[in-house]
Design a protein around this ligand. Structure first.
Ligand code: CAA
Length: 387
């Protein structure tokens, strides 16, 4: 039985901040951000947007009436959650009107959480094929202003329904994991912005990928030459380029056959959005499927997921015939094209407003996405539906 991704949908904030403007503010050559880091824009949430509104906005188009009653489980993966106890997925469950006979949990392991969700969902569907599982990766990547990491911020959510006989991607059984305890990137409970050892994080990412790749092959995975398309976790798109180089160098004979084309289409959305932590790999996958002009039917895609701290996993999937009919390409491309640019003043003001700890606050009406944070009452978050 084939199991995998049956539908997939993206939601990003309506505003972005240009990295050329950030470079000007930092007094450095914009090419460092545009080419050295490989980012053009960072998505910036308004104060009435958060990981819940983005998650619900991503899931809404694929939770159709037909799908709603088959959803047995919602797994929301995030490393920028809104509550230390309550799963953000429960707010989404309410907003989308999902059935009460449903389990809802939140997964956390830095940027890796959605991959744990996807693999566990796949195993659950193999056990009980009548169910569908909704996975949502939703994150707001925040670093201190004027820090090294500021240029790698971003925000967005990606939702996927996992089912038997999926219409987009069949996931393969082979998987290679690599976990070890390292402090390359972390966010203590009393911090809203991430702490990072930037250069160490890059080294650890690449080492994790080499080890996970070896485990994937040992688990009966494909040879590199059998994976014409590749997607890597992309905290910034240059990182995917570094990962491609490291992977092909680790398999010199097969790696020679692969060119940059194998991953370049996976970078197009990320370059316009920035880091979305848990969603980043899957936005890369979506970008490949929606932007590659070639027909990818029956072709294999190799994927590498990385979450600092750290867990890496290499896995693969193959594209289902007719996949294009089930993508929402036009809608996603329009959503990215229609965003508004922010001035530095507005970007900076929203950054600090979003970090505030509200006890009681009515949020200004800024977002026109399907859902917004309306207010906070005695620390309770209250979400609303935009008309
Ligand atoms: N024109 C073109 N390129 C230029 C340039 C110019 N004028 N000036 C510099 N560059 C290039 C540099 O040569 C360098 O390229 P290479 O990496 O290919 O050598 C690139 O721009 C970046 O330059 P620096 O290394 O000097 O950049 P930096 O020290 O300011 O910081 C960073 C880069 C470490 C990625 C930092 O932005 C950061 O800490 N980001 C957050 C952490 C992160 O994203 N880590 C990734 C791995 S961890 C992970 O994946 C989990 C996650 O999501 C966080």
């Amino acid at each position: 039985m084939n199991v995998g991704i049956d539908s997939i949908s993206l939601c990003v904030p309506e505003s972005y901040y240009s990295l050329a403007d950030l470079a000007e503010k930092h007094g450095i050559d914009p090419n460092k951000y545009l080419y050295g880091i490989g980012q053009e824009k960072m998505a910036v949430p308004s104060p009435d947007e958060d990981i819940v509104t983005l998650a619900a906005g991503a899931a809404k188009p694929i939770v159709t009436d037909e799908v709603r009653d088959s959803i047995s489980t919602v797994i929301l993966a995030t490393e920028s959650g809104v509550d230390q106890s309550k799963s953000a997925g429960l707010f989404v469950h309410g907003l989308l009107g999902l059935k009460p006979n449903c389990r809802v949990v939140e997964f956390k392991q830095a940027c890796y959480g959605a991959t744990a969700a996807l693999q566990m969902a796949t195993d659950m569907v193999r056990q009980r094929p009548e169910q569908k599982i909704l996975i949502i990766a939703s994150d707001i990547a925040r670093y201190e202003q004027d820090s090294q990491g500021e240029c790698t911020q971003g925000a967005g959510a990606l939702a996927m329904v996992v089912s038997a006989n999926p219409r987009i991607l069949n996931l393969h059984r082979a998987r290679g994991m690599h976990s070890f305890d390292v402090m390359d990137f972390w966010r203590p409970n009393n911090h809203k912005a991430a702490q990072v050892d930037g250069q160490l994080s890059i080294e650890v990412y690449l080492e994790s990928m080499r080890q996970a790749w070896n485990e994937y092959k040992a688990d009966g995975g494909h040879e590199l030459a059998e994976l014409p398309w590749l997607c890597f976790h992309q905290p910034f798109t240059k990182m995917a380029k570094k990962a491609f180089t490291a992977l092909t160098e680790s398999e010199p004979e097969q790696g020679q056959a692969l060119t940059g084309e194998s991953y370049e289409h996976s970078l197009l959305y990320g370059r316009q959005i920035g880091n979305t932590y848990t969603a980043s790999l899957y936005i890369g996958l979506l970008s490949l499927l929606e932007n590659n002009p070639q027909d990818l039917t029956d072709q294999n895609i190799g994927l590498f997921s990385y979450g600092s701290g750290s867990v890496g996993e290499f896995f693969s999937a193959s594209v289902v015939p007719g996949y294009r009919e089930h993508l929402r390409t036009e809608e996603h491309q329009q959503m990215l094209a229609d965003r508004q640019a922010l001035s530095h003043e507005k970007y900076s003001a929203w950054f600090y407003q979003s970090l505030a700890d509200h006890k009681n606050q009515v949020m200004p009406k800024l977002s026109n996405r399907p859902y917004r944070l309306e207010k906070v009452e005695e620390f309770r978050r209250v979400y609303g539906v935009n008309d």
